[in-house]
Ligand binder design. Structure first.
Ligand code: UDP
Length: 239
């Protein structure tokens, strides 16, 4: 039986590292497939789904520039990494019978659709999963900012940030046994306490548009669907 949800349109943000499994680098196909199944199970609830996937499992602009590469060039390489991840996710979703579009912020017409807002909205209305690739198309930004931007543009009701832990803690729960999870936390508190959720520009953009960010564990099987149905633990960043 399919549980009910109040959400109609959401954006799922995952880091590139979520796709690498236990490896230190790149793509781990069984992990990509597992996440694709999570997405399908939410689509079965009738929810329209946008996705933004990072590129950190392949390349990060900051890492490149730390090694002497020109920052903007390194950032473009990072954006191209997100396109590879988007294509891997597209392939895994279509394998499961889910219709998808990869929509790139940097034109590469043979590989992905260019980003045209109204066209993307139409895809969502037709229940296609839209995977937004190449970040914002601009260096100096991150895929967290891209996620917030696209979620606003697509009128998503919330961003669901899938991570390794089931919410935001006052300190790293992997290192500290006494770390406490927030149920709800304000955008300003996240910024003031520098809580590790998304980078500051992404948080500010969400705050200015009152877009909730829900942090949950993607390692929990059925976790994405559960959170949408109001079950399980998570942290909501709100106004
Ligand atoms: N990037 C960028 N502009 C964007 C989005 C991403 O320049 O709008 C680059 C940046 O170099 C970043 C890399 O792409 O390091 C990969 O994205 P991100 O670090 O956000 O991936 P994640 O940490 O989520 O895997």
């Amino acid at each position: 039986e399919i549980p009910q949800t109040t959400f109609k349109r959401v954006l799922l943000k995952i880091s590139g590292e979520a796709l690498m499994g236990d490896q230190g680098y790149g793509l781990h196909p069984p992990t990509v497939e597992r996440i694709a199944r999570e997405v399908r199970s939410v689509q079965e609830m009738g929810v329209e789904i946008c996705m933004v996937i990072g590129g950190g499992n392949i390349f990060r602009g900051l890492a490149g520039s730390a090694q002497g590469m020109e920052r903007t060039t390194a950032d473009y390489m990072g954006m191209l990494a997100t396109v590879m991840n988007a294509l891997a996710m597209q392939s895994a979703l279509e394998e499961q019978g889910v219709y998808t579009r990869v929509i790139s912020a940097i034109r590469m017409d043979e590989v992905a659709e260019p980003y045209i807002r109204r066209r993307a909205v139409r895809h969502l209305e037709k229940k296609r999963v839209c995977i937004f690739a190449a970040g914002t198309g601009n260096p100096y930004f991150t895929t967290d900012t891209a996620a917030t931007l696209r979620a606003n543009e697509m009128n998503c009701e919330a961003i669901f940030k899938g991570t390794k832990v089931d919410g935001i803690y006052d300190k790293d729960p992997v290192k500290h046994d006494d770390a406490v999870r927030y149920d709800r936390v304000s955008y300003d508190e996240v910024l003031q306490k520098n809580l590790k959720v998304m980078d500051a520009s992404a948080i500010a953009l969400a705050r200015d548009n009152n877009l909730p960010i829900i942090v949950f564990s993607l390692d929990e099987p059925g976790g994405f669907r559960g959170i949408l149905a109001g079950q399980g633990t998570s942290t909501t960043v709100h106004g």
